[in-house]
Each structure stands twice: as C-alpha cells, then as structure tokens.
Design a protein around this ligand. Structure first.
Ligand code: NAD
Length: 249
C-alpha cells in the first residue's frame, strides 16, 4: 500500500527531464497518487503525465499568471473532486551579482519563485479548507539560508527566503483548517538547473564543501516531498527541511 493511495497531487514545474518536480511526481505516482504535471509547455507536461500512466494529467500553467493557476485548479477539482497535495516546485535562477540585477531580472525571479507559490497556493486553499485537509510543499533553497550560490543570484536568495516566510505564515493561518504547509531547502542537486553552468573545477570546489561528499539527486528531494505530502508528517507544519548532504553543519 502506497503512502499516497487515493490522493490527488499537483506538482508545478514538473516537466523538466531531470528536474526535482518530475522526480517528485514519479515518486508520488509510485505511492498511489494521481498526479497533475503543470508546466509552461502543455505538450511537455502531457508527455510527462502520459509517462507516469493513463490516469495522470499534464496541463500548461504559467504560475506567474493568477488566472492560469485558478483555471488549472478549477479544471482539476472538476475532474478529481479534490486536490490533496500541492508542490510549488516551479522556479528559475539567474546567475547575476548584486549590481547586475536589473528591475526586469528582479521581477522575473521573484515572479516565478515567490509570486507563483502564492498564486498556486491561493488556487488550491479554498478546496483544502473546505475539506479540512491538505498538504502544501514549497521549494525553497539553501541559497535562502546562507545567501549567494553561483546559480541563483541574490534575487533568487531573496525569493527563496520569501518562500520560507510565506510558508510559515501560511502554515500558521491554515493550521486550524487542517491544512499543512512546509518547505524543502535543497542544497546542490544534480539537475538541469545546475548541469550546464559548471566547470570541473567549480564542481570539485562545491563537492568539497558538502560533508557527505556528493551532489544530491532529484530522488533525495522527492523522498522529502513524499514525507511532507503524506501522513507520515501529520504533525509537521511550518517546517523547513534541509536536503543538502550536511552543507550547513
Ligand atoms: P528545473 O529548471 O529542472 O525545473 C524547473 C521547471 O519549472 C522547468 O520545467 C520550467 O519549465 C518550470 N517553470 C519555469 N517557469 C515557470 C512558470 N512561470 N510556470 C510554470 N513552470 C515554470 O529546476 P530544478 O532543478 O528541478 O528545481 C526545481 C525547484 O527546486 C526550483 O524551485 C528550484 O529553485 C529549487 N531548487 C533546486 C536546486 C538544485 O540544485 N537543482 C537547489 C535548491 C532549490
């Protein structure tokens, strides 16, 4: 019996081939959930959903568009009758230094990471509240906890830090309604977001700073998302879980 048997889950930004969202969606499906893959490109989202099996759904949804988030949630609630789990995974990075961040850069990074988390959460909360049950999992980052990082830039750290505050505030407000909200702070995980940008020397120096001596895998983050989405974490809300190989020790 899977940990998410009979549950309906939405994962944003889940069409990226090596991404954390796709690994999370796959693990959720293996544990019995029916999953909706949301991403910018409908065909890519549909392909990933079809790969998981016939019951799963792929939808285009730009999480920076409040109307699109509401439409996706409405379509899924009409189809399934409920949404039990939301993973706010969609995110973008820009490897800029502080003085190079133009207003458009700041807008773009805050829009996808932080505004998208708010909009998609607002789209599912009324249904979760009405059923007095639900789990929202937000993807923050080690970049929020220690700043910097070569991929994200300071505006990415700000957005991911904002997600931690939003997570705790939502958790506090929604706890009496039976809805839990938690965050994951991945460290260095081998995905497309981290792949292209690294020389072997950069990779070596990053790994040297990780006590466990390796990059994380998407499955490491998916396992944590499964815990937070399932009843195994029934008494956890407002938490941030580090998945970073000990990077902050
Ligand atoms: P990824 O780039 O592989 O996947 C991100 C997905 O988000 C892509 O499929 C992209 O199309 C989608 N997306 C972008 N803008 C969108 C929008 N406006 N609406 C809907 N979807 C959109 O990234 P990843 O490495 O799998 O990261 C997933 C999450 O984990 C992100 O929030 C990222 O910031 C966070 N994170 C990743 C790492 C890491 O090392 N990979 C570390 C810490 C945090």
């Amino acid at each position: 019996m899977g940990l998410l048997e009979g549950r309906y889950a939405v994962v944003t930004g889940a069409a990226s081939p090596r991404g954390l969202g796709r690994a999370t969606a796959r693990l959720f499906a293996e544990h019995g959930a029916t999953v909706a893959i949301l991403d910018l490109d409908a065909a890519a989202a549909e392909r990933v959903a079809a790969d998981l099996g016939a019951d799963h759904v792929g939808l285009a949804c730009d999480v920076t568009d409040k109307g699109a988030c509401e439409a996706a949630a409405r379509a899924l609630e009409e189809r399934w009758g409920r949404i039990d789990i939301l993973v706010n995974n969609a995110g973008i990075t820009q490897p800029l230094k502080i003085m190079d961040i133009a207003p458009a850069n700041y807008d773009a990074v805050l829009d996808v990471n932080l505004r998208g988390t708010l909009y998609m959460s607002q789209a599912v909360i009324p249904g979760m509240r009405a059923r007095r049950s639900g789990s929202i999992v937000n993807l923050s980052s080690v970049s929020a906890q220690r700043g910097g990082g070569i991929f994200g830039g300071p505006h990415y750290s700000a957005a991911k830090g904002g997600i931690l505050g939003l997570t705790k505030a939502m958790a506090r407000e929604l706890a009496p309604d039976g809805v839990r909200v938690n965050a994951i702070c991945p460290g260095f995980i081998a995905t497309d977001i981290t792949a292209g940008a690294l020389t072997p020397q950069m990779l070596e120096s990053i790994i040297a700073g990780i006590p466990m001596g390796r990059a994380g895998e998407a499955s490491d983050v998916a396992g944590c998302a499964l815990f937070l989405a399932s009843d195994l974490s029934a008494y956890c809300t407002g938490t941030e879980v580090d998945v970073n190989g000990g990077s902050l020790i």
